[in-house]
Design a protein around this ligand. Structure first.
Ligand SMILES: *Cc1c(COP(=O)(O)O)cnc(C)c1O
Length: 357
């Protein structure tokens, strides 16, 4: 605390990301990174860009990357917005689209960065309780509102809802923006991007993606949003009032190559899904109750062992998972899906812990 802090920052409670410990030989299952490397084509493209051109500013528009994203999804480049990670995209979305007179609505259990942005930008919000099975119930979002935002699949629960539910929400909610954060969509959820293709693109749907999870480029910091060109234009106004160059040359080059390597995405996400299903059934045989996951992580609890205790016992064995000390979810652990080998180590450690050895 310093007397030079502005009133705005004095009352902030910043988001706390999962730790990035520097110790070696850790089984790191806490921040939903991919256990597999990025596309080798992306790495090659980054190396190729690593030259004297770095003295020059990058393309402020990221035109080639926008085109690659538009081509992949059957969209117009005018429907694409880029940011330094999807967290930056989300920040601009909160300020540029969700800061309205009416409160924005999101689930009570969701990505914990949303309320942080609300506080930063002075946006009021309503937390809408998830259903009894921790599912997003679109019928519970009430109009009028200042906008609706949730991840699909939701985080940290991993539960997804079908696209038809979001279409129903859009029919009901026509006077504010609906933002679907699809950070984990590639692990088996129906994307809403097809709704944005062609002349029937809704004016109020925005879909946010990241290259940090399924494309294994968390270290490069690239995210994007797609939607109606008028929404994108609004986001560009915020971006160009904040930072003209959110994506450097290396990031743009790597992201283009990653977006174009669909085969790498498919093989690595298939492996993660396979490991996930095996882990869920192994944990079930140890008595764990796991929510159905469509993500690269699971949300699981043991009826006889407290979440905080399990978290600490795993940590003592060099296995880092995530535990949230929040109401309704403090008995749960959020575990990122790693390689099969990491999964085996996790199960072996849990067996020991449950046996009290
Ligand atoms: C990981 C994550 C993000 C942020 O991803 P970055 O692109 O790395 O900033 C956004 N939303 C959700 C729900 C996430 O889990």
């Amino acid at each position: 605390m310093s007397r030079f802090w502005s009133p705005v920052i004095q009352t902030l409670t910043p988001y706390v990301p999962g730790e990035q410990p520097q110790m070696e030989r850790l089984v790191k299952l806490n921040t939903n990174e991919s256990p597999y490397g990025p596309s080798p084509k992306a790495l090659a493209a980054i190396s190729q860009q690593n030259n004297e051109d770095l003295r020059l500013y990058p393309d402020p528009e990221g035109a080639l990357l926008k085109k690659a994203i538009a081509d992949l999804h059957g969209l117009d480049p005018k429907q694409v917005f880029l940011g330094n990670g999807s967290d930056e995209v989300l920040a601009h979305v909160f300020l540029g689209l969700l800061k309205q007179e009416k409160p924005v609505q999101f689930p009570d259990i969701t990505y914990s960065f949303y309320p942080v942005y609300c506080k930063l930008f002075g946006i009021s919000y309503e937390a809408i309780p998830l259903g009894p099975q921790f599912e997003v119930q679109v019928g519970d979002f009430k109009t009028p509102n200042g906008g609706v935002i949730f991840p699909n699949p939701n985080a940290p629960t991993g539960r997804a809802i079908p696209r038809t539910d979001i279409e129903a929400l859009l029919r009901k909610n026509q006077d504010s923006v609906v933002v679907i954060d699809e950070a984990y969509v590639d692990y088996g959820t129906e994307s809403c991007i097809p709704l944005l293709c062609g002349p029937n693109c809704p004016e109020n749907l925005l879909v946010v993606h990241t290259l940090s999870k399924s494309r294994a480029l968390a270290g490069l910091r690239v995210g994007f949003a797609v939607g109606h060109p008028s929404l994108i234009e609004g986001l560009e106004r915020v971006k160009n009032s904040f930072n003209s160059y959110p994506l450097g040359r290396l990031a743009q080059a790597g992201a283009i190559a990653a977006i174009q390597d669909q085969a790498h995405l498919e093989t690595t996400t298939a492996k993660v899904i396979d490991t996930r299903e095996r882990l869920v059934s192994e944990l079930a045989s140890l008595g764990f109750e796991t929510l159905p996951s469509s993500a690269n992580f699971i949300f699981t609890r043991h009826p006889k062992h407290a979440g905080g205790k399990l978290y600490q016992a795993l940590r003592d064995r060099g296995i880092i998972v995530r535990h949230f000390k929040s109401p309704r979810i403090e008995e749960f652990l959020r575990i990122t899906i790693g390689t099969d080998e990491q999964s085996n180590e996790l199960v072996a450690a849990l067996k020991e812990i449950l046996a009290g050895t």
